[in-house]
Design a protein around this ligand. Structure first.
Ligand code: PEP
Ligand code: MG
Length: 768
């Protein structure tokens, strides 16, 4: 070990020689040739080869000692093909005494490797970025020892670091500098839209410039000092929960809003996990062992981080993944302490910044505001708070784009295709051109929509459909004028709660709601009371485990059981109205009594405010969201009592089809234009007509022109959608005779179709 009580490990000597070899000035290819020769010599093995990625799918033999030199830059394999391809695809070593009998073995005749029986292949990777595979082979059938495996792992990691620093740049495509190749990533669309711009990394990557330890003792002390410093900073954060933004989500759900004790920060939990790691002996020991093997303190931290990321990718256990995330975050902090590289690199934000991050909190995203043209997250989910904010800001967002944080560098040219869910980093000119043309066409369409901004959405020989917009932030209000919306059909009040570290105060909320009403200039704003729980979890509320949060304690259920926050919110709304009309809507009502009880709460608050001598709203409208099928079948009294009803199609659809809106596997499985769903919507329309209850639709589907047209055909006369959708929806409605659409729908239904979409689309095509 570092104190000299154990013999010097083999890898230390190897690393020492490697360091000298790499320090000499040489071309990339020469360096690689030297490296393989040296490893073969030190490990006393006849073959050592390096395979590097030529493109995302192909590995190329780039240097070899022992195999046929003619095969260099000729032998290639696909990811997953042969043992080398398997090492790369699984990001895991393969150590076998009898390679030919190993599953997946593929013989490459041009290399002359048939005489070598044993095989040890090690991924060359850095923080989840896969660069290639390092292989040693020998004639006799023997598995490489644990020490040898360890040594090769350390060497592979150092090679990855050196590749990152450009040590192996050469002529072949496989030796092209990293981060200069085009990269295409796929993800999930959390907010639609296209964007073109330059990468802005939320957390700039830490560059490790020296992976080698000059003096193990000095490196060990540097590591220990940095860990001590880290511990102190974590303890400080624990002492003050408002300090720092803890990393990823914590898997908590539910809340108990009215109890001060219960508002224990969930990010306190994350910090506790940090503390656990910062004090973890195993973590520290492994890093010190790496230093003893010849790595610098920084490289030792990165080695642990690389391991954690590999495990994270393999694991399906949500809890373990969260903890590994915490560890990753902690390692980043440690690296910044060791290298002195902060998060502020002094770099200037580009003109059209596209934010790249592993994950981001809603508050941080809001701080960037509308300056961002797009957002790409390596993790995240469609229902995350960041997604809620991105949606409110109408910024295209892709989530689950693998490897994007390792591939992207600040300033890289980037295209975000928020229709297909594709990211192009450093794209070829032809890709950029096609994308630019597509965006230009869309901009042209937007101009067309601008020309109909002031005219109503009157259908051909038919009714006018009222188009409202969905909002959630003060920043949304200018869209009310720009989009031509008649009012705000859904104001999601939870955003104000999601982006804060504590429950907002009544005064703050009243001021905000008042500014919203001012900005609406007399247009109707429908405030939905706090809709939290399920996917929308507040960081400062007490975590409660629920077997199925989407069906759990959420929205109005929380408001009725723990009325503190809802009462405060209702008071804030009454005060904000201050003599103006007030519209309030309760979310997630499943049966009549929930609506009556919620309404009663509002009546009580009105009485109370009156007694306090405050000016009451000139008129109060109280409605309910219809988001559960049960409410569609509720007693007539519900329809009579509600001043209006708004169909929350996002939730209604997930419960109607029993398909989680958050679950990629099922969320697109059932078409909104499915006959069963449309027939249910028709049923709701009829019930509202019977009682003359105003009805609207405010789920995402209302903003899709074809869906909106069908809803109008089924009898909806009011729709609420993202501001950007108003133009396209209005444009189609104004060209459409919805009575004809209704005929098409009814014919398709009568014919036994599962969805009316094919028939409707065919009809639309025939119109143009
Ligand atoms: C809905 O469920 O359709 C809705 C509008 O509410 P949210 O998307 O906020 O759950
Ligand atoms: Mg909903």
């Amino acid at each position: 070990m570092a104190d000299g009580t154990t013999p010097e490990p083999g890898s230390r000597k190897l690393l020492g020689r490697l360091k000298d070899a790499l320090a000499e000035p040489a071309e990339g290819q020469d360096r690689l040739d030297r490296v393989v020769r040296l490893i073969a010599e030190e490990m006393q093995t006849p073959v050592c080869s390096i395979y590097l990625f030529r493109d995302a799918e192909t590995l190329e033999l780039c240097a070899t000692e022992g195999l046929n030199p003619e095969a260099v830059h000729q032998t290639r394999m696909r990811l997953g093909e042969g043992l080398v391809g398997r090492v790369a695809s699984r990001a895991k070593a393969i150590n076998t005494a009898d390679a030919p009998s190993e599953k997946g073995f593929r013989y490459m005749p041009e290399t002359g490797e048939e005489i070598y029986s044993s095989f040890l292949g090690m991924p060359v990777q850095r923080l989840g970025e896969r660069l290639g595979v390092l292989v040693v082979q020998s004639r006799e059938a023997r598995a490489y020892s644990e020490d040898e495996v360890y040594a090769l792992e350390v060497v592979a990691m150092v090679l990855a670091e050196m590749a990152e620093l450009g040590a192996f740049v050469g002529d072949s495509a496989a030796l092209r500098p990293l981060h200069q190749r085009a990269f295409m990533g796929r993800g999930t669309v959390a907010q639609e839209g296209n964007a073109m711009g330059q990468v802005w990394l939320h957390e700039p990557r830490v560059l490790v410039t020296n992976p080698f330890a000059e003096d193990a003792r000095i490196e060990t002390n540097r590591l220990r000092d940095a860990i001590d410093e880290l511990r102190v900073s974590v303890d400080e954060m624990l002492g003050d929960p408002s300090v720092g933004h803890a990393a990823s989500g914590t898997g908590q759900s539910g809340l108990a809003a009215s109890d001060g004790q219960d508002t224990l920060s969930a990010h306190q939990d994350v910090l506790e996990a940090y503390r656990m790691f910062a004090n973890s002996k195993g973590w520290k020991r492994r890093m010190e062992e790496s230093i003893a093997q010849g790595l610098s303190a920084e490289a030792a931290v990165e080695r642990e981080q690389t391991r954690a990321r590999t495990r994270m990718e393999e694991s399906n256990d949500a809890y373990l993944r969260e903890r590994l995330h915490d560890l990753d975050d902690l390692s980043n902090r440690l690296l910044r302490l060791l290298t002195g590289q902060g998060t502020d690199t002094g770099a200037e934000m580009p003109d059209a910044p596209i934010l790249i991050a592993r994950n981001i909190g809603p508050g941080e995203l809001l701080a960037y505001g509308r300056s961002l043209k797009g957002i790409v997250l390596e993790d995240g989910s469609v229902g995350s708070h960041a997604a809620v904010v991105a949606r409110a800001l109408a910024i295209p967002l892709l989530v689950n784009v693998k490897s994007v944080t390792t591939e992207a560098l600040n300033g890289d040219h980037i295209l975000v295709d928020g229709e297909q869910g594709i990211v192009h980093l450093r794209p070829e000119e032809t890709v950029t051109k096609a994308f630019r043309d597509k965006m230009a066409m869309q901009a042209k369409a937007q101009e067309k929509y601008a020309s109909i901004r002031r005219v109503p959405a009157t259908t051909v020989y038919g009714p006018t459909i009222a188009l409202h917009m969905n909002a959630g932030l003060m920043a949304d209000l200018p869209s009310l004028r720009d989009s031509g919306a008649e009012g705000v059909g859904l104001f999601r009040t939870e955003l104000q709660f999601l982006v804060r570290n504590q429950v907002p105060r009544r005064g703050e909320l009243a001021a905000l709601y008042s500014r919203v009403m001012d900005a609406a200039e007399g247009k109707r704003v429908c405030f939905r009371t706090l809709d939290i729980g399920s996917d929308k979890v507040l960081a400062y509320m007490k975590p409660t485990e629920e077997p199925n949060p989407a069906l759990g304690w959420r929205a109005i259920r929380v408001g009725l059981d723990k009325p503190g926050v809802m009462r405060m919110q209702l008071q804030a709304l009454i005060r904000a109205a201050n003599g103006r009309p007030l519209t309030v809507m309760f979310p997630f009502i499943a049966q009549l009594d929930e609506f009556l009880r919620a309404r009663e709460m509002l009546y009580k608050e009105l009485d109370r405010e009156e007694k306090l001598g405050r000016v009451l709203p000139s008129k109060v409208e109280i409605g309910a969201m219809l988001e559960t099928p049960s409410l569609g079948f509720s007693p007539r009294k519900f329809f009579e009592e509600a001043d209006f009803i708004s169909v929350g199609g996002n939730d209604l659809k997930q419960f109607f089809f029993a398909a989680d809106r958050e679950n990629e596997r099922v969320r697109r499985r059932y078409d909104t234009l499915n006959v069963s769903f449309l027939t249910f919507l028709e049923w709701i329309v009829r019930r509202c007509e019977d009682t003359e209850t105003p009805l609207s639709f405010c789920g995402e589907d209302a903003g899709r022109p074809v869906e909106a047209m069908c809803f109008a055909a089924m009898g909806f006369r009011s729709l609420s959608m993202r501001p950007a959708s108003i133009g396209p929806v209005k444009h189609l409605l104004r060209r459409t005779n919805i009575a004809e659409v209704r005929d098409v729908i009814d014919t398709a239904r009568a014919s036994g179709a599962q969805s009316v979409r094919p028939a409707v689309m065919e009809w639309l095509r025939a119109q143009s």
